[in-house]
Ligand binder design. Structure first.
Ligand code: ATP
Length: 236
């Protein structure tokens, strides 16, 4: 479904990605793990068109997308939920959710989408529909961000550190939601996470990024047993 081929990405003169290649197949949950500053967010931003690779290509469903603007990439079915959520705090939960369905492809069905798919999956957001987003707890705000990302009916949902700043019980709830999103909505997921143990339990496969390069990849079970993973990321 998604193929990242040897991308090199710079911020000015600073090279952030040094030839990253990855693949996400339809129906998978694929994780990117690695230390702060390794290049995970940069990889996601390149996929959704917010950054351009100086070298390399990104292909989605058999077409190159690395030269398209972000709104066209979104329209192809890639929805990016950025780190830090990006909600409008002075708008209600429901208004924030409806903004997720601004693309022409989904706009007409947005009410139906909300009541038939989003609220059943996120009952707490239905209860809070009329409340200002800025008054929700961190975990609830993260749920709004994920739900808003789903409102465009994406084929590929990209999540950047959804558990950041959340209490452990809430993190568990959030991972359960992601599991259900994949199972019930058939959405393919690409996720960046610091919570490596829980992420490997959720993901089918993972890529380990260090200094702008993929240093290790494989199916999650194998990575959970890998000596480098255990020492560097699993605290064993
Ligand atoms: P984090 O978990 O902290 O987001 P990351 O693995 O996602 O880490 P990136 O945010 O992709 O890492 O950063 C990769 C490199 O690019 C780092 O060295 C970082 O300092 C640098 N970088 C990221 N954003 C910018 C920017 N806007 N301008 C300049 N350098 C940046």
């Amino acid at each position: 479904m998604l193929e990242i081929r040897d991308i090199h990405v710079y911020y000015g003169d600073m090279q952030a990605l040094r030839g990253i290649s990855m693949e996400v197949r339809q129906g998978e949950v694929v994780a990117l793990v690695g230390a702060n500053g390794a290049g995970k967010t940069t990889t996601l931003r390149t996929v959704s068109g917010l950054l351009r690779p100086k070298q390399g290509e990104v292909w989605f469903e058999g077409k190159p997308i690395h030269e398209l603007p972000p709104h066209q990439i979104a329209d192809l079915g890639i929805s990016h939920v950025p780190e830090g959520r990006g909600l409008f705090p002075m708008m209600t939960v429901e208004e924030n959710l409806l903004l997720g369905a601004h693309l022409p492809r989904v706009r007409a069905q947005r009410r139906q989408m909300l009541t038939q798919e989003i609220y059943p999956l996120f009952p707490r957001l239905k209860e809070r529909a009329g409340q200002l987003a800025g008054t929700l707890s961190g975990g609830e705000q993260q749920m709004v961000a994920i739900a808003r990302g789903l409102m465009s009916r994406p084929k590929l949902l990209i999540l950047d550190e959804p558990s950041l700043g959340l209490a452990p019980v809430i993190v568990q709830e959030m991972f359960n939601i992601i599991r259900r999103v994949r199972e019930e909505q058939g959405v393919t997921v690409m996720i960046v996470e610091q919570n490596v143990m829980q992420t490997l339990q959720l993901a089918d496969r993972a890529y380990v990024v260090e200094n702008g390069e993929v240093v290790l990849s494989g199916d999650s079970r194998t990575l959970l047993d890998d000596e480098h993973m255990k020492r560097a990321y699993l605290g064993m």
